[in-house]
Write a protein that binds this ligand. Structure first.
Ligand SMILES: C[S@@+](CC[C@H](N)C(=O)[O-])C[C@H]1O[C@@H](n2cnc3c(N)ncnc32)[C@H](O)[C@@H]1O
Length: 213
């Protein structure tokens, strides 16, 4: 049998297995974990006071497009009282994410789903680092990115197709809190779209946007 190439990547001080079936976790995504810890009133930077908690720790968090599982698994480790569910459209990515959850002893529930289509529950918070790269951007190094799955990187409509669809689904289902990652050059369009759908921008942190009703 052909052996799958495996590597390790640090994310939030933890080692994650990565294979060609998943995105290599990026440092900018760590700020999504910071933003969620801050929402729950947990410290995330030495010497910085967290905000007054806006959400309790025992919430249900849904990580959409989990890839290696880095966001969901890190959150479950840092917020043991939270219920954490992670989805991906890719079965191959879910195999890697499940391995990481076993290795890091995190009780995360995994589900194969196209965005929220297969999700039956209503989470308190949706967190998503979905594909948002526009193939026409001239600053991207396509050769370097070819080692990662196109399904994890690229989206149509200026990279915003999946983000817009997720915003629609979150609003239709009445989910109150949404945290997204996108390139800062896309933020104004996302904020405008979300506003039209009734969501308010509460915070921007690097590549991360936090919206609530
Ligand atoms: C940018 S990667 C993020 C992976 C991981 N969350 C991280 O931050 O490293 C996007 C992930 O979304 C998944 N994905 C793409 N289209 C999707 C869809 N329609 N529904 C759910 N997941 C999708 C990809 O398979 C990929 O694992």
């Amino acid at each position: 049998m052909k052996e799958t190439l495996q590597n390790k990547q640090d994310f939030y001080g933890r080692d994650y297995i990565v294979t060609p079936d998943v995105l290599i976790p990026r440092p900018e995504t760590e700020m999504m974990v910071d933003a969620i810890l801050n929402l729950i009133g947990k410290p995330f930077l030495p010497g910085v006071k967290p905000s007054e908690p806006k959400l309790p720790e025992d919430i249900t968090i849904l990580d959409v497009g989990t890839g290696s599982g880095c966001i969901a698994i890190t959150l479950k480790q840092l917020l043991p009282q939270a219920k954490v569910i992670a989805t991906d459209i890719s079965d191959k990515a879910l195999i890697v994410a499940k391995k990481n959850a076993v290795n890091l002893e995190a009780e995360v529930e995994f589900l194969q789903s196209d965005l929220l289509d297969g999700v039956k529950i209503k989470p308190d918070l949706v967190a998503a680092n979905l594909p948002y790269v526009d193939e026409s951007w001239d600053w991207i190094d396509k050769e370097a990115l070819s080692k990662e799955p196109a399904l994890a990187l690229y989206a149509d409509n200026g990279g915003l197709e999946l983000i817009y669809k997720l915003i629609d689904q979150v609003v239709e289902r009445g989910v109150k809190h949404l945290i997204l990652e996108a390139d800062p050059c896309q933020h104004a369009r996302i904020i405008d779209y979300a506003k039209k759908k009734g969501l308010t921008l509460r915070e921007t942190r690097g590549f991360i946007l936090y919206f609530s009703e």
